[in-house]
Design a binder for this molecule. Structure first.
Ligand SMILES: [Zn+2]
Length: 335
């Protein structure tokens, strides 16, 4: 508990930006998702950008570099300490306890969901994410620092056409009292609309619901700043399971019944559901291309989000891949 109340390593939250910060990138974010039906070019970063931090669950220091990558690369993670590449696809996910982990054999990279959300919402199709540890940096527990890195590196169009996964019929997965669905657009609809409801017995959270039509702007404004959260009563059990070793009030909201223990309070009154929706955006980015359709969920978590993608791609009648098909997509649809 003391670890959470007194953040001993908060100084390490500071990013070391190794490239020139290009503020014009903030303006270029517009329209990169290409939410209209027209074909869009693929996008990557203009230049590499690096930072340091530590993992929420492992507590291990990590250096991360986002690098521009060629058309069709997709989102590729690279463990530079082991020289192993791990493509960011839903079928590489094998562990969803409190975060989303991709692995290849014994090699794993955890807590990828906040970066995945920031990349997807920024319209990045191709990038290599180099790390020298088994977990991404947690920063402040939100996606805002990842967006800052992406915007600082800059975004540029390159060759190839962005593929889209168009939802053709309702796909639903359930677990106990939770469910998650992907649905086709309403007639005339486009882009990706998401609706999520959550309910917790802790009265500081209670029942919350949120809806968003995903664009770079709505994500940056409404979801990216929302931090991950946990219940004070669960912290000891988490740490006994080897999780949340790097956790503190610097990188998570901690709730104790009706109280929020963070002295600065909440960033939004409904920060909890916004963060859960941020996680949905990141987990569903493992589809390998932007989803065109609607998501509706209640009490979903990383496990159910991943099961939803597995159910989607289990039947070719569920979806259609529009426009460009990258090598990553061919591999994905053949899986
Ligand atoms: Zn999260």
């Amino acid at each position: 508990m003391i670890d959470w109340i007194t953040p001993p390593r908060s100084a390490k939250l500071q990013c070391i930006i190794k490239v020139f910060v290009n503020m014009s990138a903030f303006r270029e974010r517009k329209n990169l998702l290409g939410v209209q039906a027209a074909a869009s070019p693929r996008h990557t970063l203009k230049r590499p950008i690096s930072c340091v931090g530590y993992g929420l669950h492992s507590g291990v220091d990590v250096e991360m570099t986002l690098r521009p990558a060629g058309p069709g690369t997709g989102i590729m993670f690279r463990r530079v300490d082991l020289n192993v590449d791990l493509p960011a696809t839903f079928n590489a996910v094998n562990d969803t306890r409190l975060c989303t982990v991709i692995n290849a054999g014994d090699v794993r990279i955890g807590t990828i969901e906040h970066l995945m959300a920031a990349l997807a919402a920024s319209g990045i199709d191709d990038v290599v994410v180099e790390v020298n540890a088994p977990e991404l940096p947690i920063f402040d527990g939100s996606a805002a620092p990842f967006l800052f890195l992406i915007e600082s590196a800059g975004i540029t169009a390159h060759a190839g056409t962005r593929a889209r996964v168009e939802i053709r019929r309702v796909v639903r997965v359930e677990h106990e009292n939770a469910f998650a669905e992907l649905r086709p657009h309403h007639p005339g609809g486009s882009g990706f609309d998401l609706s999520l409801a959550i309910e917790f017995s802790a009265s500081a959270i209670g029942a919350q619901a949120y809806h968003i039509s995903l664009t770079p702007e709505t994500f940056a404004r409404e979801l990216a700043p929302a931090r991950t959260f946990t219940l004070a009563a669960e912290i000891e059990a988490l740490q006994k399971s080897g999780l949340a070793k790097g956790g503190s009030l610097a990188n998570a909201v901690v709730v104790d019944g009706p109280k929020v223990l963070n002295p600065e309070g909440l960033r939004f009154s409904d920060e909890f559901v916004r963060h859960k929706l941020l996680d949905v955006v990141g987990d569903l980015a493992l589809a390998g291309a932007p989803i065109s359709g609607r998501f509706i969920g209640s009490r979903t978590g990383h496990s159910l989000n991943n099961k939803l993608l597995r159910a989607l791609f289990a039947d070719p009648e569920n979806f259609r891949i529009n426009h460009g098909i990258s090598p990553a997509m061919l591999q994905l649809t053949a899986a």
